[in-house]
Design a protein around this ligand. Sequence first.
Ligand code: ADP
Ligand code: ASP
Ligand code: MG
Length: 426
Amino acid sequence: MSLIVSKFGGSSVSDAASINRVADRIVAMKTQGHDVVVVVSAMGDTTDELIDLAEQVVGSSEPPQREMDILLTAGERISMALLAMAIDSRGVPAQAFTGQQAGLITDASHGNARIIDVTPGRITECLGTGSVAIVAGFQGVNPDANDVTTLGRGGSDTTAVALAAGLGADVCEIYTDVDGVFTADPRIVPTARRIERITSDEMLEMAAHGAKILHLRSVEYARRFGVEIHVRSSFSMKEGTHVITPSEEEEGEMEAPIISGVAHDRSQAKVTCVGVPDVPGAAARLFETVAGAGVNIDMIVQNVSVAATGKTDISFTLPASDVALVRAALSLLADELGYDDVLYQDDIGKLSLVGAGMRSHPGVSAKLFGSLRDAGVNIEMISTSEIRISVVTAADQLDTAVRAVHTAFGLDAAEVEAVVYGGSGR
Ligand code: ADP
Ligand code: ASP
Ligand code: MG
């Protein structure tokens, strides 16, 4: 008998029939003798719909973050209660718990709260009575203010991993609408191949650069606490993907694939400060200002300015949702720094090639750039890590770029196996 934490994403519980299907699956686990804790997301696109509603209500102003969290946590509360009822109606006792009741303690950062402690006493008690515990994903409580918080979009994965760590579960299963982690998003690359085992290092790079199959922080958490993540479909019985954290010794023995996959990200924007005086300290001042606005940047490029000699153009990428913050911060800096103009572009896309084996294989960048050239894709920016190369392209060239690179690195499957079972891709 093992203790399993299983998380079901929004597309797996999108309507009453899906909730019943998931309930059957959980009852089957229970019948096999396992203790089961289930984490659920909001039904279908509920979270997006609630955000749309809030925007309609407040018009052009920003909704207050505390109230926004109260609104969004309602989505997960609906699915947790319905799933508990569905399981109970099959003769297996089940109880639903909010994030707060399940002991997910967070800091006070509404909309992107960090888990600071997990005290799952009520969950352990519930399991002790032979019941299935259902927990609302993506939410916790800030104990100082006794306010509910949310963990950021896609955060139910992190709830599941945190509970798996806190309860000492044998495995954390992430059930979703595709059969595991693929070499690229199956919605864009139908020839993508399922990856059987991926290291958490590679998965971190994929998730950090747009592969929304797993919430980035869930992978970080799993790595830190040694939780094994098993990603699989709730629509099929296929084996899925194991995300593993090998010890250094094991890693030495493993032959790493040169390339694990291609991730893409459409959520970034590019800011260019044109005609920044080319003097020591200018870049420091610019990025201090951006950091002061609480914005995380990704790539940076500095070039001789198109405006004049003695000046440089500095471009950087950031989440498109943070452009307004940067715009406000930079407008205060214009006189002090003396740049000519700031350009904002959100029609960009980012492609990232990830693979631990690229550490020891020359020629990966050359092949990447060659495949983009052959596909007629222009590269605007480049950045690298030890196991990743990212390029920025025009947004409307991103899909072409991803497919071309996927093929060039021999990642295409011989037979199409990348099925997308549900979800709107929103
Ligand atoms: P859930 O609602 O179950 O949390 P998400 O929509 O958050 O599901 O994540 C699953 C989606 O992630 C898939 O439908 C797929 O479009 C997308 N995805 C992006 N990159 C990958 C990848 N490399 N492998 C598999 N799926 C991916
Ligand atoms: N419902 C939340 C979202 O859509 C959390 C999650 O699904 O993981 O972002
Ligand atoms: Mg998700």
